[in-house]
Structure formats: structure tokens, C-alpha cells
Design a protein around this ligand. Structure first.
Ligand code: GLU
Length: 608
């Protein structure tokens, strides 16, 4: 514990407790084989899982109970999420998989990011008909031009082969079952369908699947997806060549290059560049995780092409320069807001796909660089935002002259995606974030196959600038914010966590770490606590409860907090995290959101 003003901590805990009790209760009528109950916390031993969805968590739990390991269970859960959360993740998308191997004590990663087609030109986001940039919405969001080569099937294949014990066929079994017998539609599914109604109507295949009677499926109705079950069954039988080659590959290419719109739709749907050779040649990347030490913990994250590990890591290093002994939560949060802004300034200037741009990763993760960046933090006053990036080419750890103000990076990342955390009885851990980018991806279902294609290439900067590390380049991976994170203490797992939420993913993970490590909250409190998302903008998107609790003190320090749901964060709630904490004697505390996005599902193999 680093600071102890009892009163303020009690206030924080009371606030968090009030959020915890508003968790959605488990419906009493859930049939045993169609789980619907939301369980935000589960404590026990023998393995654990946390996802946003009861079906996906049940799938993982079953695999764990049958002797599968964390990687097997993670793939089973992810494939099930492809059925029950089809607007957030699935075969047509990508993601990042982080694995802690209990036997070796090593953390490894799989970069399964969607990739720009080899023939995608730098000016792909310029409308050839007008010579002007496409609008972000609707043109880029609902388009072939934003579809990247999917990485998810290859991620599952690599994860099972490298870390798992099951065959693809066995890992996909639970998902095939859920797709065949159907799952119970909840409010979130109906709402997300309705939010996408107009563009889903623009594609006959999407309309047929997700607006089956001309409307979004009713809450409580059973939603089946036999075509996805068949696609999974094909991959189960033939491996990922059933996806990356042959008829399905040909069909995906056709859909991207000549989007199949409904007759009479007035939605403009720009054509894309995906080719069969992009699919055939797609490779996941195995790469070293990022690593920083933070107050005695080792924090492992995802290296670029995601900006998750570098930005969370840099911000932690900056935070570590401040001793929080005796500080109030408001002072800790002030430092958090400042560190987030500084790290985001560097993210914008330096981070992109390292196969294409020179990312100074060791510098961004170094204590010396952080010491220099931390000079910009005045404990009594918020810096004017946006702050400028640091000079990664010349730094000495000493305080430089106060920098000029910076520029705000245009943030077009959406807030969909899903995240899961799994641990097994041997001590292996998986943190996996996967996405199809926008809620509903490109809006284009692959006809007869039951899944949506991503629109991940909207994560490239939409305006081409040769100095921008995230500019469009053929074959490149767009910069991500996904931040699957595993924290070790003395070489053993302490905490694994991650979240969806576009660029707010980074701040959600960072804030949960600060909550747990610096504000001494329990993991249950750390996930429920109200969030604020400092991303180097003049005003900081914050949940209303955060503003109520800390707004006065932080405003007095010069921060401008605005309710999330503004131009920078289109939802009123920030993130939908999952986490597992590892306690003494093999005790596992799995947590999911009690409230956000309708709540999640945390389960353990042997409940306490
Ligand atoms: N495309 C985002 C990323 O890679 C994730 C999308 C989201 O979370 O909404 O960071």
C-alpha cells in the first residue's frame, strides 16, 4: 500500500461497491445447456475464464474441465464468441494472443493482425471518382476497401499448435454446438443489430442472417447460425486451408472486390483490394512481448503492430517516476491522466507496423526516456493538451526545456472488439483480444458462411502523410490499440487483463493496473471502478461516475473532463474488460464487467 488517507480510500471503495451491486442478476430460467447468467466474479481453483459472454465462458470451462489447457480453452471461447458476439469478433477479423507458459516461465505472443492487401495503394482512401477522401462514415466503415486479410483462423491454428493440446476439430466443437442449437439473444445483441440495421440491410447476405424476419432478433429468442457451424466444421476437418484457399477464399475476394449490395441501396460501398494471394500468404507473427517493470511487477504486453504494449508500458514507466506514498487518489489519478497523455503523444509520432517503419521500441520502454518525459508532469497543474511527443532520437534522462505543445492524433478507432482471459490448472495463462474492428465490421457477411468481414484497415490514418508511422502501405498492418497484458510477480502470474474499446483499450488496461497496484483496490474493484481515458486530447472522455467522484479535484488541477460519448469516445461506458488475478495456494479470482456492455461471465473450474 503506497498511500493511506483512510477517508479517501473509503470513498473510493464505497463508489466502487455501489457499482458492484448494480450487476445484472443471472436470469432464473436459463436452461442448463444454454447458459445465460452473467457472473462478474468467480473465485476458486483448477482453472478460470472470463469473457463477456456466458456461452463463451462455458465453452472454455468445459475444455478446462476435460483436461484441455488455457490455449485450448481460449480458442474454444474465441470461436464461441464468433457465434454469440459476431459483431465484435470472428473468423473475418484479427487479434493478439499472449501466452504465459508455466513450464518455462516465458511469455510469448501471436500477432494475428489483419493486413493490408499487397495491391492496396497509398491513396486507397481517396475516392477515384471525385479525387477527394472518402468520408469515414459511411464510405470507409462499410466497404471493401477497409477489409484486411483476416488473421483469426491462423491465430487459432498457431495457438493450438504452439501452446495447446487439442486439434482444431476438438477446439471448435463447442462453438459448432452453440451455432447449431442457438443461443439466447440478449439486449446487447439486439441493440448492436439495431445500431447496424441500415447498413446490414444494404447487403442481402447480412440482412438474411442478422435481420431474419426483417427485424433484429427479439431479446430472449434463439439465434442459430448453421452456415457458420458448417464453416467451422469445414475448418475443423481441413484446417485453415479451408479458409485461406479454395472456394471460401475465392468468395471472400469476390465480395471485397465487388461488394454484393441489395438492389436499390443508396449506401456507397467502395471496392477493396483483397486477393487470393493475400489470403494464401497470410502469416501470423510470433514476436517478443513488450516488458516493463512497474513497482516490483513485470508487465508483459503486445509489441507493435499494436501500440498497446508500448503505450501502456511507457505510461507505467512515467508513472513510476512519482512516489505515491501519502498521495490521495486524486493526486494519483492526476499523474495517471498526465502519463497517459504523454505516452499517447509518443504513440502517435512513433508507433506503426515495425516491418514498415522504424519504431524506437526500446527507447519508448526505457526508464531513462520515461524519466525525461515525466519532467513534463507538474503535480500541481495539468499540462495544456495536446502535449508534444518526446525526442526518441536524443534523450539523456534529464529534464529538457519545456516542449512546444503537440497536435492531437485523429482518432477514428471504434469501440467494438472482445477480450478474454483464461488460466488452467497447470498455471498457463492466456490473454487474448480479438476484433473485426467496428461493431459489425464492414457490414458484409460472406454469403453462405455466417461471418462478417472486418473493416480493420480503417485503423490506418485516413489521411496519407509520409511522416506518419501509421500511413497506409501495401502489405502493412494498421496500428492497433489492443493491449492483452500479463503481469508477473517474481516470475509467477499475478494478473492478466485486457479490454475492447479502440484506443480506450490502452487507458482501460493502464487504469486498471493503477487501480490495483497504486490505489490498492481488489481486482473486482479495479474492473468496476469508473474510468477516464487520457489520450492527449484537450478534454478527457470520462465516465459520468468518474466525473462525479473526482471531477472537482481534477478540474481544479486544470483537467477538462467530459462525459464519454463525445466525439472521441462514442459510447458512454469505456471498455468491457476481463481479468484473472492469481492468489496464494493456486487461488484464482476471475472478474468480468459487472455492468458495462451488459456485464460479462467469469467462471472457475472448482469454485471456492
Ligand atoms: N481496431 C481496434 C484496435 O485494433 C480495436 C477495435 C475496438 O476495440 O473497437 O485497436
Amino acid at each position: 500500500m503506497r498511500f493511506t488517507p483512510a477517508l479517501t480510500i473509503t470513498a473510493t471503495s464505497a463508489l466502487v461497491a455501489s457499482l458492484l451491486v448494480t450487476a445484472a442478476p443471472a436470469p432464473a430460467d436459463a436452461p442448463a445447456d444454454r447458459p445465460t447468467g452473467k457472473t462478474p466474479t468467480a473465485v476458486g481453483t483448477g482453472g478460470a475464464v472470463s469473457t463477456v459472454d456466458p456461452e463463451a465462458s462455458a465453452a472454455a470451462l468445459k475444455v478446462l474441465k476435460k483436461g484441455g489447457n488455457a490455449a485450448d480453452a481460449a480458442v474454444a471461447a474465441a470461436a464461441t464468441l464468433g457465434v454469440t458476439e459476431p459483431y465484435s469478433a470472428g473468423l473475418g477479423g484479427g487479434g493478439y494472443f499472449v501466452f504465459y507458459d508455466a513450464e518455462t516461465g516465458k511469455v510469448s505472443t501471436i500477432d494475428g493482425r489483419e493486413t493490408a492487401p499487397k495491391k492496396m495503394p497509398n491513396d486507397a482512401f481517396i475516392d477515384p471518382a471525385t479525387g477527394k477522401p472518402y468520408n469515414f462514415t459511411p464510405e470507409l466503415v462499410t466497404s471493401g476497401v477497409s477489409v484486411g486479410t483476416p488473421g483469426t483462423p491462423a491465430t487459432w491454428e498457431r495457438a493450438l499448435k504452439k501452446f495447446g493440446t487439442l486439434s482444431m476439430a476438438d477446439a471448435l466443437k463447442p462453438a459448432i454446438k452453440v451455432a447449431t442449437r442457438g443461443f439466447k439473444v440478449d439486449e446487447t445483441f439486439r441493440e448492436q443489430t439495431l445500431d447496424n440495421e441500415e447498413r446490414f440491410r444494404a447487403f442481402p447476405a447480412t440482412k438474411k442472417l442478422f435481420l431474419p424476419k426483417g427485424d433484429a432478433p427479439e431479446v430472449g429468442s434463439i439465434f442459430t447460425n448453421p452456415e457458420l457451424a458448417a464453416t467451422y466444421a469445414d475448418i475443423a476437418e481441413r484446417g485453415t486451408k479451408a479458409f485461406y484457399r479454395g472456394d471460401l477464399a475465392k468468395l471472400m475476394v469476390d465480395v471485397v472486390r465487388k461488394p454484393r449490395t441489395s438492389k436499390g441501396t443508396d449506401l456507397p460501398v467502395p471496392k477493396g483490394y483483397l486477393s487470393r494471394s493475400d489470403l494464401k500468404d497470410y502469416q501470423v507473427l510470433g514476436q517478443a512481448p513488450t516488458k516493463v517493470s512497474y513497482r516490483g511487477y513485470d508487465v508483459y504486453g503486445m509489441a507493435p503492430s499494436s501500440s498497446g504494449g508500448s503505450t501502456v508500458g511507457e505510461a507505467l514507466n512515467i508513472l513510476e517516476r512519482t512516489d505515491f506514498t501519502g498521495k490521495t487518489p486524486e493526486q494519483v489519478l492526476h499523474t495517471y491522466l498526465e502519463a497517459g497523455a504523454l505516452a499517447f503523444a509518443d504513440r502517435a509520432k512513433y508507433v506503426g507496423d515495425p516491418r514498415y517503419v522504424d519504431v524506437p521500441l526500446p527507447t519508448l520502454l526505457s526508464d531513462k526516456y520515461a524519466a525525461e518525459r515525466a519532467c513534463a508532469i507538474d503535480p500541481a497543474k495539468a499540462a495544456v493538451k495536446p502535449v508534444a511527443a518526446g525526442d526518441a532520437a536524443a534523450y539523456d534522462g534529464l529534464c529538457p526545456a519545456p516542449p512546444a505543445s503537440g497536435t492531437t492524433d485523429t482518432d477514428t478507432e471504434n469501440i467494438s472488439t472482445t477480450n478474454l482471459t483464461v488460466a488452467d490448472k497447470w498455471g498457463n495463462v492466456v490473454e487474448y483480444t480479438l476484433t473485426i474492428e467496428q461493431t459489425g465490421g464492414s457490414g458484409m457477411v460472406v454469403p453462405g458462411h455466417g461471418f462478417l468481414l472486418n473493416n480493420e484497415l480503417t485503423d490506418f490514418s485516413t489521411v496519407y502523410d509520409a511522416a506518419d508511422p501509421n500511413r497506409i502501405q501495401p502489405g502493412k498492418r494498421p496500428r492497433s490499440s489492443m493491449s492483452p497484458t500479463i503481469v508477473l510477480k517474481d516470475g509467477n502470474p499475478f494478473l492478466a487483463l485486457g479490454s475492447p474499446g479502440g484506443s480506450t483499450i490502452i487507458t482501460t488496461v493502464l487504469q486498471m493496473l493503477v487501480n490495483r497496484i497504486d490505489l490498492d483496490m481488489s481486482v473486482e474493484q479495479a474492473i468496476a471502478a469508473p474510468r477516464s481515458s487520457p489520450r492527449n486530447t484537450a478534454s478527457v472522455s470520462s465516465e459520468p461516475e468518474f466525473i462525479t467522484a473526482y471531477g472537482a479535484a481534477l478540474t481544479a488541477l486544470g483537467h477538462t473532463l467530459v462525459p464519454a460519448g463525445d466525439a472521441f469516445t462514442s459510447a458512454a461506458q469505456i471498455g468491457a474488460a476481463t481479468a484473472i488475478e492469481f492468489g496464494p495456494g493456486g487461488q484464482l479470482t476471475a472478474v468480468s464487467e459487472p455492468v458495462r456492455r451488459g456485464g460479462g461471465s467469469a467462471r472457475v473450474v472448482d469454485p471456492k
